[in-house]
Design a protein around this ligand. Structure first.
Ligand code: GRF
Length: 215
């Protein structure tokens, strides 16, 4: 069975969705760079090994990343799952775990990288918004896209209402992608394009394109 570590910084709702999805994956640990992250308490209650690594206790970004890499090496996971991990990882860290780090971003990349994606979507007047799970590469919010979930933007949406709709979609999307990874079905081509292999069930084919049905 493949294994993962989950990296968080805060409330951990994606982590909770992953832990609650009975995935065929061994969860080696949940690591937070913030010792007071709510997600750590949730993981503990669910019986998952938790590790707090306070980034402020390290002299530099590189020093923290090196300590984090050593911790992850000791856990030997197949994949590193970023779930609301609010620190930019340095290039040596990303290269060390190349093709093994996945992230969820609250927009349909390549639109709206960075922070405040829901406000950016409303300001841009897009009618469809969503979330993306992608492999992490040194360029922020840019790596190969594994899958996306789309939601409608309504005329009366606020940043909060849109954020809530996207988050609900994230909670479906991330476990689905991790299931594909667990099953060894995520094929990252040399071109940088990802294909999910063996999609022969109708619903799953639809899920790969659009997890959240539009009315
Ligand atoms: C999510 O919106 C995720 O896309 C982004 O950070 C947020 C984390 O939320 N990267 P949670 O901690 O999983 O609740």
């Amino acid at each position: 069975m493949k294994s993962i570590v989950i990296l968080i910084s805060g409330r951990g709702s994606n982590m909770e969705a992953i832990l609650g999805s009975a995935l065929p994956l061994e969860i080696r640990a949940v690591i937070s760079n913030r010792p007071d992250a709510k997600g750590l308490d949730i993981a503990k209650k669910l019986g998952v090994h938790t590790i707090a690594m306070d980034h402020t206790a390290h002299a530099s970004r590189e020093a923290f990343d090196e300590a984090l890499a050593k911790q992850i090496d000791a856990l030997k996971p197949d994949y590193i799952v970023l779930a609301g991990f609010m620190r930019i990882l340095s290039e040596p860290f990303i290269r060390r775990f190349a093709k093994r780090i996945v992230n969820i971003h609250p927009s349909l990349l390549p639109a709206f990288p960075g922070l405040h994606t829901h406000k950016a979507a409303i300001d841009a007047g897009v009618k469809i918004h969503g979330a993306t799970v992608h492999f992490v590469t040194p360029k922020l919010d840019y790596g190969p896209i594994i899958s996306q979930a789309a939601v409608r933007v309504t005329p009366d949406d606020t940043e909060d209402s849109l954020a809530a709709r996207v988050l609900a979609a994230e909670h479906q999307l991330y476990p689905q992608v991790l299931r594909w990874l667990a099953e060894g079905r995520v094929d990252l081509k040399p071109s940088g394009v990802v294909q999910i292999t063996g999609l022969n069930v109708r619903s799953e084919r639809r899920a790969q394109l659009l997890l959240v049905p539009m009315e």
